[in-house]
Design a binder for this molecule. Structure first.
Ligand SMILES: CC(=O)[C@@H](O)[C@H](O)COP(=O)(O)O
Ligand SMILES: NCC(=O)COP(=O)(O)O
Length: 243
């Protein structure tokens, strides 16, 4: 079986979280994005939450205009986010579910139940040449829904995998691998992300159909101790070793 090259997308949301703790402009997520690119990131991911708790509209403008590597904008399926995406035309847009009160993205999008709501978002983003991705659970029904929606990419939510251990984690890993195989067989490029760390990335990176991992919170946390360059480089090495 052929093994797809695996890209690393570095999510810089939580550089903005630290900046926003003091309300100024330091540390700058765009500087973090440039450092991550220099350290080997293949792309940058940023989630413009509806409540703007970390990344801001101005961050997205600067990332979209200034980056030398592709930007993946994570966005809820709302008219406001769609108009921001269409204004800045990032390389990719990943539609994610969002709840105002959640601490982080708790699960995947219900692409099956939300078909009628999601269809115009997928169509408009595609018409603007933005590579649309749906952030879904590794569930065959959700992959089928992504196929019907015409999404070229899905990203599997690995948060559940990240929190499980032992046999339960092995079962979840199998689900992710099966979902990735189903997506690839149907011409959809599978990605994965959420909650990935140095300790749990290897079995995910070993899934041959996966083309991209998006990793943020852990890398930014680790950067406090070792620097961003070292944390990105080590993640890149672990991904390459697992392949
Ligand atoms: C969709 C997703 O998984 C990322 O956006 C990640 O969750 C970082 O953002 P939050 O920590 O705000 O959820
Ligand atoms: N889509 C997942 C992502 O961008 C990063 O998630 P996390 O590593 O911050 O949990």
């Amino acid at each position: 079986m052929s093994v797809t090259p695996l890209r690393l997308g570095v999510n810089i949301d939580h550089v903005a979280t630290v900046r926003n703790a003091r309300g100024g402009d330091y540390p700058d997520p765009v500087r973090a994005a440039e450092l991550a690119a220099a350290a080997g990131a293949d792309g940058i991911t940023a989630h413009l939450r509806e409540d703007r708790r970390h990344i801001t509209d101005e961050d997205i403008r600067r990332l979209a205009e200034g980056l030398d590597i592709p930007l993946n904008l994570e966005m809820a399926a709302t008219d406001e986010m769609l108009s921001i995406a269409l204004r800045h035309t990032p390389h990719a847009a990943c539609i994610v579910p969002e709840k105002r009160e959640e601490r982080t993205t708790e699960g995947g999008l219900d692409a099956a139940g939300g078909h009628n709501h999601l269809a115009p978002f997928v169509a408009e983003l595609r018409n603007a040449n933005i590579r649309v991705s749906l952030f879904i659970e590794p569930d065959p029904a959700q992959v089928e829904a992504a196929i019907h929606l015409g999404a070229p990419v899905v990203e599997f939510h690995t948060g559940r995998f990240a929190h499980l251990e032992g046999e339960a984690q092995a079962v979840e890993l199998r689900r992710i691998a099966d979902a990735a195989a189903l997506a690839a067989k149907n011409g959809i490029e599978p990605h994965a992300g959420h909650g990935l760390t140095f300790d749990n990335v290897s079995p995910i990176a070993a899934i041959p159909q996966l083309a991209e991992l998006n990793i943020g919170h852990f890398l930014i946390g680790e950067a406090i101790f070792t620097g961003l360059e070292a944390s990105v480089k080590k993640m890149r090495e672990l991904m390459d070793l697992a392949r």
